[in-house]
Every structure is written in structure tokens, then in C-alpha cells.
Design a protein around this ligand. Structure first.
Ligand code: IMP
Ligand code: MG
Length: 170
């Protein structure tokens, strides 16, 4: 396993992101919606750097492991907050194919949000299946499988305080 982003780098970047969001949403009460479980550390750490009155909610999105549609995504926990006419910020750990956020954007749109912006800790530099443009990106990373700081491989390694690249020979 190779370290890609250190704890210190994450801390520093979240201060910058928090300041940016604070400026952009000044005078509003945005609703943050995090995708579990990947935002386990990212979202609370980010929120501590945001100086706004805000609301928080979570969704759970996972793969449906059926036989016929093995890659179908399902929303397992719905948004409870009334987001009609609200400024919504969707927060995920990593933007990979774009399918997860696409599903969530669609859901939030149907509930009548005033506007939606996307915030991700990591963005893989690759061609995406769905075109998603996040307003806030912590770090752009190469198209490798990463773990730590909330990100898992088969549910493990979420507790690493840094982001690492999982290599086959380590
Ligand atoms: P997408 O729907 O393909 O954009 O992927 C988003 C979700 O896939 C993330 O919320 C992660 O849970 C998971 N994911 C994608 N790439 C990685 C990775 O490199 N490490 C760990 N999880 C990942
Ligand atoms: Mg996830």
C-alpha cells in the first residue's frame, strides 16, 4: 500500500474547501447531504471548517447484487429533510464513474431543490460514464483504487487516517 495523500494535506485542503463553501453560501442555510459510508470522516471534518447555519442529512446508496442487473445502484436510505426550494450540497467521497451522484442528483431534483452543487473529496481523472461536474473537489487523483479516510476495499481500511493506493503486490 502506497500513501497518496497525507493526513496533513487533507486537513489543509478541508480548511480551504470550507472557506470557499462558507463564502459561496453566505446568507443562506444550505442542506448538506452525505453519501454513506464513504463520507464518514470527510463530511464532519469539512463541516467543522464551515461557518454557516446549515442542515445535515444522509443517504445510503449501494449496489444491488442481483443476478440479472449486478451493477444496479439503489437508494437504501431516503432523504428525510424537506429540501423543496433549498440550496443542496451533495457530498461524496469519490467521483469515479459518476453513477452514484447521477442517481442522487435525479432524486434531489425531483424533490424540488432550489439548486444543487456537488462536493467530493476525490475525483478520479478518467472518462466518466455520466458527466458530473463538482463545484468542490478536494484532490484530483489518477485512476487507481484508493482506500482510507472513509474509503474501503471490501469494507476494510476505512479507518486509515490518510489516502492510500491499494496495490496488488502489497
Ligand atoms: P461512482 O458511482 O462510480 O462515481 O463511484 C462512487 C462510489 O464508488 C464511491 O462513493 C465509492 O464508494 C466507490 N468507489 C469508487 N472508486 C473507489 C476507490 O478507488 N476506492 C474505494 N471506493 C471507490
Ligand atoms: Mg460511496
Amino acid at each position: 500500500m502506497k500513501k497518496l495523500i497525507t493526513e496533513e494535506q487533507i486537513k489543509k485542503r478541508l480548511k480551504e474547501l470550507g472557506a470557499e463553501i462558507t463564502t459561496d453560501y453566505r446568507g443562506t442555510v444550505p442542506v448538506f447531504i452525505g453519501v454513506l459510508k464513504g463520507v464518514l470522516f470527510f463530511l464532519p471534518d469539512l463541516l467543522r471548517n464551515i461557518n454557516l447555519t446549515m442542515e445535515l442529512d444522509f443517504v445510503v446508496i449501494s449496489f444491488y447484487h442481483g443476478k440479472r442487473k449486478p451493477r444496479m445502484l439503489i437508494l437504501e436510505r431516503e432523504i428525510e429533510t424537506d429540501i423543496k426550494d433549498r440550496h443542496v450540497i451533495l457530498v461524496d467521497d469519490i467521483l469515479d464513474t459518476g453513477n452514484t451522484l447521477d442517481l442522487l442528483i435525479d432524486n434531489v431534483n425531483r424533490k424540488g431543490a432550489k439548486d444543487i452543487s456537488i462536493c467530493v473529496l476525490l475525483q478520479k481523472e478518467k472518462e466518466r460514464e455520466v458527466n458530473i461536474t463538482p463545484a468542490y473537489v478536494g484532490f484530483k487523483i489518477p485512476d487507481k483504487f484508493v482506500i482510507g479516510y472513509g474509503l474501503d476495499f471490501e469494507e476494510r481500511f476505512r479507518n486509515l487516517p490518510f489516502i492510500g493506493v491499494l496495490e496488488e503486490n502489497s
